[in-house]
Ligand binder design. Structure first.
Ligand code: AMP
Length: 393
């Protein structure tokens, strides 16, 4: 993969695809500016080298229309505050007005374009839209790992037209970190997979079996696995059509010598509610109308022991409904065990990234990915389209 380190930057116009899809509160203030902070090393490097910097991003799902609440103007303001220097903003991402602003850029200056998804052409990977974007720059840099699993104009088609294309520091770091952890890990390599559905992580589970020494399964998806082991899971969320598949994965793990761990006890509730009545029960004693919403304390301790000697840990998916205090204990037990281990720990973004923050151990993880979908894509063993186009171009 060609990276920004391989390219001459001085006096060139550099278009950087960033991910400034920022969470906003009800007053349209930025609730979390991590995604802006994550781009600072690259932007500072480009400034230092005398590049004229254009930044492009999406925000939310405006579906091809201008939506004032999804403007990137607040991101420009925040970036300016973080850099301590002006950051220009233009209220479109293609067209004459944008071209005029780009032409007047001087080395070291920064211009953020308006939300790319105000045009449907962005998500459609439209070549003409990509050509217009590319015409703004000498060099295209993809620094948005979190959208690199998507075939979109500012990620994929743009590389057909930009004179040079390469990866930014963040994209390079994300891909390298994941590959090193899975393909060349310090062993034992332990994967923790949780979250809502087996269906959304089936391919990731199958692929990870090829690499891991130990596989820990928690969250709602564990219910389908328990059912596959002949356990009565009561009113727990399961995917009936995947019970056999889950049983086959357990068999495959045995054949491959992978130690697969399932919950031995659960926190069950009489309804899906933050104030539900709860009990801790062994998995073979789930009351018929109750549902498992978290792993139990014995399971938490079992999983923690399985993490003690790990050399590398890859974690995707919470162990329970961590958003509700009563069902956060299992995720917290695992988060603490990962935090306390000396393993290199990589946490998939999205819900898992949020869960380690809620459990206040984010700073103890070796790496928290900035991408949820893109991280899962890598776990499935698939190449990211946004990375594939930077290889050999
Ligand atoms: P995912 O996006 O697949 O990682 O799923 C994350 C979601 O799974 C979170 O919102 C959790 O609340 C939910 N979840 C985890 N465990 C359970 C469970 N036992 N029952 C219902 N939902 C769960």
């Amino acid at each position: 993969m060609k990276t920004v380190k391989d390219i001459e930057i001085k006096d060139k116009t550099i278009l950087v695809r960033v991910d400034y899809n920022l969470p906003m509160d009800e007053n349209l203030n930025i609730a979390d500016d991590n995604r802006v902070r994550a781009t600072l090393p690259l932007i500072k490097d480009l400034m230092h080298k005398g590049g004229k910097i254009i930044l492009a991003s999406h925000m939310g799902r405006p579906k091809g229309k201008k939506v004032a609440s999804l403007s990137l103007a607040p991101a420009a303001k925040r970036l300016s505050e973080l850099l301590g220097r002006p950051v220009g903003f233009v209220d479109d991402c293609i067209g004459a007005g944008v071209e005029e602003r780009v032409t007047s850029l001087v080395p070291g200056e920064i211009l953020l374009l308006e939300n790319l998804r105000f045009y449907n052409e962005e998500t459609a990977n439209d070549r003409e839209f990509a050509r217009k974007l590319a015409s703004l720059c000498d060099v295209f840099v993809n620094n948005a790992f979190s959208v690199s699993h998507r075939e979109q104009a500012s990620v994929v088609a743009i590389t057909e037209f930009a004179p040079q294309s390469c990866a930014g520091f963040l994209l390079e770091k994300e891909v390298k970190c994941f590959r090193d952890s899975v393909e060349n890990p310090s062993r034992p390599l332990v994967a923790i997979v949780g979250g809502a559905k087996v269906s959304s992580k089936l391919n990731a589970l199958k692929n990870m079996l090829k690499y891991v020494d130990r596989l820990i399964i928690g969250g709602a998806m564990a219910n389908t696995f328990l059912k596959g082991q002949g356990i009565d899971t009561g009113a727990s969320m399961i995917e009936a059509d995947l019970v056999e598949t889950a049983a086959a994965i357990v068999e495959e793990a045995k054949e491959q010598g992978v130690d697969l761990l399932l919950p031995v006890d659960l926190v069950v509730a009489d309804r899906f509610d933050a104030n539900a009545e709860t009990r801790e029960v062994s998995v073979d004693a789930i009351p018929g109308t109750w549902m498992g919403l978290d792993i139990g304390p014995e399971t938490g301790a079992l999983f923690a022991r399985a993490l003690e000697d790990a050399g590398t840990i890859v974690w995707n998916g919470p162990m329970g409904v961590f958003e509700m205090e009563r069902f956060c204990g299992g995720t917290k037990a695992v988060a603490d065990a990962v935090a306390g281990s000396s393993a290199f720990s990589v946490v998939g973004g999205g819900d898992t990234g949020l869960a380690v923050k809620v459990c206040r151990v984010a700073d103890k993880m070796s790496y928290i990915s900035t991408g949820g979908g893109a991280f899962l894509h890598l776990m499935e063993g698939r190449e990211l389209p946004g990375v594939a186009v930077l290889t050999g171009r």
